[in-house]
Design a protein around this ligand. Sequence first.
Ligand code: F6R
Length: 588
Amino acid sequence: MCGIVGYYGSENAAPVLLKGLEKLEYRGYDSAGIALLENGNLRVVRKKGRVSELFNVKDMSGKLGIGHTRWATHGAPSETNAHPHVYGRFAVVHNGIIENDFALKEECRSRGEVFSSETDSEVIAHLLEFYYEGNFLTAVKSTVERLKGSYALAILCADCEGIILARKSSPLVVGSGNGGLFAASDISAIAAQGVDIYTLEDGEFALLATEITFFDGNLKRISKEKIEYDAEDETPDKKGYRHFMRKEMAEIPAVLGKSVCDFTAAKYREFYRVLKQTEQIQIVACGTAYHSGLCAKHAIESLCRVPVEVCIASEYRYSNPIVRPYTLALAVSQSGETADTLAAAEIAKSKGAYLVAVTNVPYSTITRLADYVLPTNAGREVAVAATKSFNAQLALLYSIASALDKAKGGAGFFDEILSLPEKVKCAEEACEEVRAWVPHFLGARSVFFLGRGADYATSLEGSLKLKEITYLPSEGYPAGELKHGTLALVDSSTPVVAVLTQKSVADKTMNAVHEVYARGAKVFLITCFEEYTSRKEVTASLLLPECKEEFTPILSVLPLQALAYYVSIARGNNPDKPRNLAKSVTVE
Ligand code: F6R
């Protein structure tokens, strides 16, 4: 992942770069660094840890600079592995992975060059120095031609007053306004009123000098249209909440009103035509977005009887997948930048599927790849753990199910979908009750989340949320499968959360509750059915509003998100920035 920034303008660069890096910390926070260029002198400061470690460099002079916040891939989080990497007259910051770094480093070593870090990125600075014959731009072109893998690069050369940017499969935007020229991994780092923003495409270059000049892969000048963006949405604040995660959970009921869609407006005609023809659906996604796909599969297959395959994008891309005629591929991605999802989406499209991007980020890479884009409209999500984007994905995917049903001659069920925001509001308010459950989870050796059908999909999401922000080992498990081996792990130190919202299998899930209770486990129940809440096996329960069975995950996930959040803070963690993780996973 990693986040990169660049600035050249009338102000001192260091504070501008630091501000941008802080906004990009969601992309990684293992180390941070900046390089400034003034009168031909390169000065570099790098620190292990968060961007705040760099605050004492705020007063450094220099109007031109680049910066980096790192999520470690090659080499431990340390100062020596921090970017910018400098070799000769070049300083470089990199987001991505250079896959042929080993061979390139051997080549450099054979020339007597010495490396000072364990990173794949340092080799870029060495190649730049090797190819430089007085022309910055051609040195960059020759260098990137040698790179395999992915990169967004911002580069300084001690001989030149400017920054050169290059990209392949990692996002990069540039901006101009407010007396400066800017570059960043995403809009949030540079968004402000009055700054015009442009996206860089794969293979293109940009030079930030007296103005921004764009070049294609052959260094021919090209022109670009600025993009539209909402400056307010791109500069989020916590609005009084202690963490972004809590604020984003509180936004869920309001967000859903913007995510549901009946697809009747004329602008959806093309999508509706595709739905009419669709014979199967493939959903490709990662992590939480994959779980929203699993929930959607349950709803679409049950209500529309159209087969849905949900694929983990990193598996799909290397599996030589079968794509039959009239396949609708839904690439679900909050960020629209997840490398595996992009690759999987590309494969589905190349095999003939009609590719729809379901994404929360306008202008993200997936929007340019897709045949059609459906925005989830959840607003910017800052916390690393996805919450509101998951619920927004569900609202949109359920809306697609309703439109699909109509396209196939049914009546749809949009009225039911329209009632969801109100039900979600009631459920969201009830979620505070799970705070009382927290002490039971603090000393747990492991935690199980059990459910059947759609409840199993929700259990997977509840477990992922708990793992990523509390660091407690946990598993989401199909309730009926537990007895086939995994039950051996359950004892009195294993809290079990049972999700029970599917009436037809409620008693079956209760069988698993009996089994874990008999092994001493405490059971915490999330259900829409009051009759189960007073069972002797249940330590505590949370009652959700009744809802069409196919859509219950949009409600039942709320207490699971809240549980993870409150356990995380009780364990002294920062739920917004869990260790080892980053919000946007732009590497394989
Ligand atoms: C978990 C989480 C991740 C993401 C996954 C996909 O809370 O946020 O599992 O869901 O990395 O990210 P997107 O949706 O941006 O493709």
